[in-house]
Design a protein around this ligand. Structure first.
Ligand code: NAD
Length: 351
């Protein structure tokens, strides 16, 4: 079935949606946009898109059955509810809302309308994430116990509306929501505690550098780091498992797995090794013959599967991949992040 889409908010991400949906999704055509800024309207018009004069005009357009919301975070809730009530299917940019209560209102509106509602958690299709998921789910490594995930820049402040609390700015709602969503999809166990340290290095209003430590009920811990002030990067991913370690260095997905060989027949562990740290057994490296270096698995992943899934759900052919209740879980963890920062302590939970 053919679908016609509109976009609310035609800035960086709104125009990205228009371009990518138009060029990569066969059965959606982007008809028009609604944006409050003249420059955004002019840009869209120059690209052949229709400019809605008001939200009401868009809501009343019966040709449109799918709307993507790509405005600053504080306006997502009101738009999402109006659109659902008008019978539109809705994709909302992340973070879907500023808190759990707002998202619960949207979910109630979505249930009442019977329309599709999903959050654009596009980073579930990132190659680095899919590689880590493949390593852990398909036996590349087993029994993970500590997983580090980080994104690192060095340009300092959060820009524009992202620097203002009232607009839903700050790094937790910007990148935190992606990294947390990835972890909740990677580790199949409830989060039982959250410890966060949020730094306002460049902004008075919002956090711009953050560290979050999650503990899961199955014994796995996860560290999320987001920095705008990192001048020497750590790896994008570092995964510690009982039988080995995996590293992805950066967005290019350079990295490797080092896996222990079965060493029951090898007699080396009692040797004292003379290292620069002095004589030691525990802190010396293993002999090389006890490990093997493996390449990261080859994966294929395609962001456009997000939109293809939305279309198939609207057409009644598939189940939704990014489900509202998953986004609700992420928002619940985010509330614990802020609670932990406020108290300066770890917060127990069962999410
Ligand atoms: P932006 O500032 O580049 O664009 C926002 C646009 O919304 C602007 O054109 C502005 O005029 C318009 N706007 C502002 N308030 C509005 C309102 N009340 N009604 C209608 N239009 C309004 O911001 P951006 O970087 O495109 O971010 C937009 C959303 O996309 C945010 O929620 C952000 O978190 C999200 N985002 C997601 C990703 C991702 O990878 N999924 C990446 C970047 C941004």
């Amino acid at each position: 079935m053919e679908h016609k889409m509109a976009i609310i908010g035609y800035g960086g991400m709104g125009s990205w949606h228009a371009e990518n949906v138009s060029s990569r999704i066969d059965n959606i055509s982007v008809k028009g946009i609604f944006d409050i800024q003249k420059n955004a309207q002019e840009k869209a018009q120059s690209q052949g898109l229709y400019i809605y004069k008001s939200l009401e005009e868009l809501l009343a357009d019966t040709e449109i059955d799918l709307v993507t919301i790509a405005t600053p975070n504080d306006s997502h809730k009101a738009y999402a509810i109006s659109l659902l009530e008008a019978g539109k299917n809705v994709i909302c940019e992340k973070p879907v809302t500023m808190n759990v209560a707002e998202l619960e209102e949207i979910i109630a509106a979505a249930k009442k309308s019977g329309k599709v509602f999903s959050v654009h958690q596009n980073r579930r299709w990132d190659k680095d994430f899919v590689i880590i998921k493949t390593i852990l789910n398909q036996g590349g490594l087993n029994n993970p116990y500590f997983i580090e995930s980080r994104v690192q820049g060095s340009r300092g402040a959060m820009h524009g509306w992202r620097g203002h609390k009232i607009n839903g700015g700050g790094m937790v709602l910007d990148w935190g929501v992606h990294l947390l969503d990835q972890f909740l999809n990677l580790i199949d166990s409830p989060v039982v505690s959250v410890l966060a340290h949020l730094f306002n290095l460049y902004s008075d209003e919002v956090e711009d550098n953050i560290k979050i430590l999650l503990r899961f009920e199955n014994g796995v811990s996860a560290l999320c780091e987001m920095s705008t002030n990192c001048l020497i990067n750590n790896p994008r991913w570092h995964v510690s498992c009982i039988d080995g370690t995996a590293v992805i260095e950066d967005w290019s997905c350079a990295g490797k797995i080092v896996k222990l060989k079965s060493d029951s027949q090898m007699n080396w562990s009692e040797d004292i090794v003379y290292t620069e740290a002095g004589p030691t057994r525990t802190m010396a490296p293993r002999p090389e013959y006890t490990t093997e270096v493996l390449a990261l698995p080859e994966v294929t992943t395609d962001w456009s599967d997000y939109y293809k899934n939305i279309v198939n759900v609207i057409d009644g052919l598939e189940e939704l991949i990014v489900r509202p209740e998953q986004s609700l879980r992420v928002m619940k963890v985010i509330e614990k992040v802020f609670e932990s920062e406020k108290s300066g302590m770890g917060v127990k939970c069962h999410i």
